[in-house]
Design a protein around this ligand. Structure first.
Ligand code: ADP
Ligand code: MG
Length: 268
């Protein structure tokens, strides 16, 4: 098997990398793919909580690399989706714990065992970021429609290119159609104009993302997933090469009118 190694990254923290990793992993696994999620955000250990697997973590990447356990022993298999496994993060924030060469070797081994190797990247562009991207074939860049997040995404896209990570694709998360094109939030078109990358999907802002996260049950697992969950499922299908049209976000009538009115004045 030669799986795809994809890093999920952003530059800015808190934009939804870990949420995207958990939901995409779960969605791909429910489509019959084998998926391993690597929590490369050392010190924070978020991914296990989002997946509700925290009580089953025994070993981490560190013990695998130190030869204290076998790779298979460190993998936590999801009971809901047996195709999904988690390789937990080192618990202490020790920047020198792992090297890019070690990550390359590890992702290479995992790619022989799984269809997808998804790497949940830490925020920032320091050593942790460089480790996380070093074994990746391609990247998913997550941003919110805020100027500061888009600016950081732009920087990361540049660094990915320089590091030879192929063609990054973009997820715009926490989208609020009613607020797009105000001073603080950009529209999908605005973001795409600045970041010259392919759009993989747009995930709306939804409180249920937060409540499901707190329960350790990614939103894609819901019996009939709300739009945010459906958006992640669509992204998983696009990763699989399916041609899935972008979701339409319906604006409340009043906002639509105001948007049209504004368009008259600004000529957009
Ligand atoms: P990162 O890994 O980039 O730091 P997280 O995935 O931890 O970001 O998300 C940061 C916060 O935003 C979390 O509280 C998460 O529940 C919330 N969040 C993420 N995506 C959405 C969304 N689409 N709607 C609402 N809240 C979201
Ligand atoms: Mg995170």
């Amino acid at each position: 098997m030669s799986g795809k190694v994809i890093v999920i990254t952003s530059g800015k923290g808190g934009v939804g990398k870990t949420t995207s990793s958990a939901n995409l992993g779960m969605a791909l696994a429910s489509r019959g793919k084998s998926v391993v999620l690597i929590d490369a955000d050392f010190g924070l250990r978020n991914l296990d909580l989002l997946l509700g697997l925290e009580n089953r973590v025994v070993y981490t990447i560190l013990e695998v690399l130190d030869g204290e356990c076998r790779l298979e022993q460190a993998l936590v298999r999801d009971k809901r989706q047996p195709g999904l496994a988690l390789l937990p993060a080192v618990q202490r924030r020790d920047k020198s714990a792992v090297t890019p060469e070690q990550m390359q070797e590890l992702t290479g081994r995992l790619a022989e065992m799984f269809n997808y190797v998804l790497i949940d990247c830490p925020a920032g562009i320091e050593q942790g970021f460089r480790n996380a991207i070093s074994g990746a074939h391609t990247a998913i860049v997550v941003t919110t429609p805020e100027v500061s997040a888009v600016r950081d995404a732009d920087r990361v896209i540049g660094l990915l290119g320089a590091a030879g990570v192929g063609e990054p694709r973009l997820v715009i998360n926490r989208y609020r159609p009613q607020l797009a094109q105000t001073n603080d939030l950009m529209s999908v078109d605005d973001v795409l104009e600045i970041l010259a990358v392919k759009l993989l999907g747009v995930v709306p802002e939804d409180e249920q993302v937060i409540t499901t996260t707190n329960r350790g049950e990614p939103i894609v697992l819901a019996a009939s997933p709300p739009p945010a969950g459906q958006a992640f499922i669509n992204i998983a299908r696009r990763l699989e090469g399916e041609d899935v049209p972008l979701m339409e976000f319906k604006l409340p009538a009043g906002n639509g009118f105001i948007a049209r009115l504004r368009a008259l004045f600004t000529g957009r």
